[in-house]
Design a protein around this ligand. Structure first.
Ligand code: SDX
Length: 430
């Protein structure tokens, strides 16, 4: 078989695309969005510079929708570009009331990630013009050639996926409480609109005496920063899934549904839920040493630690740790933080973890913030999906517009099964 070999288990060291969307330096704990490879020929610096917007600056000074524009179109927007993008995304927030029936078809206690995965695929059934099998492949070849109508169509799909991500997430949240759905409000930011849809009192709610809900500005800002941090992360498992699926040219909603399914797993986006379950099972700081011993015996997993690429630290975890203190100042300190801090400090000093270059990742602290905000545990991965839709659609658009066209992703394998065998009739089998 032409010398095929398994390059590496789990794509350990395989580059599947060239991209300029996100730059990660795993050895130095660097994350930048929309980097530009600049060859500097100054004598003392011949190497290629990878300039981009450091995640620390974007988290401190930008907004989620501004970063979304940057990731998708490659540059920070002007004022008019940002207001157009914002109004288009918010305009596409509402969903046809048919979708209410779709959500009501789930058991009330279905996992919200299962609902969301199905809901993205359901959305794909709406927008025929997104579906090349109805339109033929020329939809994307035209867009790649710069055809204005095809590009506008592609943008409209992107506005829909980002705008409806919060609406679908809010519907998955409210169906489980038996509460009416909330039409996305106007006059709010993307994140405030999301928080409003989650907890706004419908007329039925008011009858049940629930208190009125206003998104707290500190919590809305904290969620916006968390959305910026989760927006993209180059070729993680879910983004790779979106591109693998997208490479056969289904509608983009179906590709995003596939990415959502990948993010559901506890090794990926489900880790923030797994961290809280882990901390609750540890119970208190005094049980941390015994827990870490169980991890070393591979009886337990230290969720929220380790990363395929970051081998020193995940820069996002430092930013999230600070956001946690700001949130706790509003919501009150979660006693689970004591166990989290004890676990964090003990693992970072333990040779077993140090020798394996295991450090806290983006999920170690985020679950504590979502818990302080009052979200149910199994809703935490949904809060990862909403911002990651932006990274998925940015990579999808980059692939669809690649000048060399879209090539279906079809890796090979190394066959290790039995050699040729003859068929044995049933009556002769033992
Ligand atoms: C995200 O890819 C991305 O960018 C993902 C993400 C994004 O933004 O999209 O950053 C988001 O998914 C973060 C990761 C969330 N997952 C978790 O926190 C789950 C716990 N982490 C592990 O499952 C693990 O660290 C992974 C899955 C994240 C990475 O797995 P790898 O790359 O296969 O781990 P590895 O091969 O580098 O492990 C090296 C060693 C192994 O030990 P040995 O077999 O060599 O003795 O470290 C061990 C692993 O067993 N190890 C762990 C561990 N993670 C790795 N041991 C205990 N606890 C852990 N968490």
């Amino acid at each position: 078989e032409r010398g095929l070999r398994v390059a590496d288990k789990g794509f350990l060291n395989t580059a599947v695309i060239e991209s300029s969307i996100t730059y990660i330096d795993g050895d130095n704990g660097v994350l930048r969005y929309r980097y530009v490879r600049v060859y500097v020929t100054v004598a003392t610096h011949p190497e290629a510079y990878r300039r981009g917007y450091p995640i620390e600056q974007l988290a401190a000074r930008s907004s989620f929708l501004e970063v979304s524009y940057l990731l998708i179109y490659g540059a920070l927007p002007s004022g008019s570009q940002l207001s157009h993008f914002t109004s288009e995304v918010l305009l596409h927030g509402p969903i046809h009331s048919d979708a209410e029936g779709f959500f009501r078809s789930f058991r009330y206690d279905a996992h919200p990630m299962a609902m969301l995965t199905s809901a993205f695929s359901y959305l794909g059934s709406y927008y025929g013009e997104a579906n090349p099998s109805l339109q033929g492949q020329d939809l994307f070849t035209k867009a790649a050639k710069g055809d204005a109508t095809a590009l506008q169509n592609m943008d409209r799909q992107i506005f829909r996926m980002i705008g409806k991500a919060t609406t679908l997430a809010a519907m998955a949240y409210r169906i489980r409480q038996g509460r009416d759905f909330v039409v996305p409000p106007t006059g709010m930011s993307y994140t405030e609109s999301f928080l409003y849809q989650l907890d706004h009192l419908s007329p039925t709610d008011q009858l049940s005496g629930l208190q009125s809900y206003k998104p707290h500005p500190v919590l809305a800002k904290a969620l916006d920063i968390l959305f910026i941090l989760h927006a993209d992360h180059e070729m993680n498992a879910s983004s790779t899934t979106v591109l693998q699926t997208g490479s056969s040219l289904p509608d983009p909603f179906s590709a995003v549904a596939a990415g959502c399914a990948s993010l559901y797993g506890p090794l990926h986006g489900g880790a923030n839920e797994a961290v809280i379950r882990m901390l609750l099972s540890i119970g208190s700081p005094k049980n941390v040493p015994a827990f870490l011993e169980a991890v070393k015996k591979r009886e337990k997993v230290l969720s929220g630690f380790g990363h395929r690429v970051y081998k020193t630290s995940d820069p996002r975890s430092f930013i999230i740790r600070k956001v946690a203190d700001e949130v706790f100042a509003v919501t009150g300190r979660d006693p689970l933080l004591d166990t989290a801090m004890a676990l964090h400090d003990a693992a970072l000093k333990d040779e077993y973890f140090v020798s394996r270059k295991l450090a806290p990742n983006v999920d170690f602290w985020s679950g504590l913030i979502y818990r302080a905000m009052g979200f149910p545990m199994d809703f935490f991965p949904v809060l990862f999906v909403v911002p990651r839709v932006v990274g998925w659609v940015a990579h999808w658009r980059q692939m669809m517009l690649s000048p060399s066209g879209v090539k279906i992703w079809r890796p090979r394998q190394v066959y290790v099964g039995p050699s040729t065998r003859d068929y044995v009739p049933l009556e002769e089998r033992k």
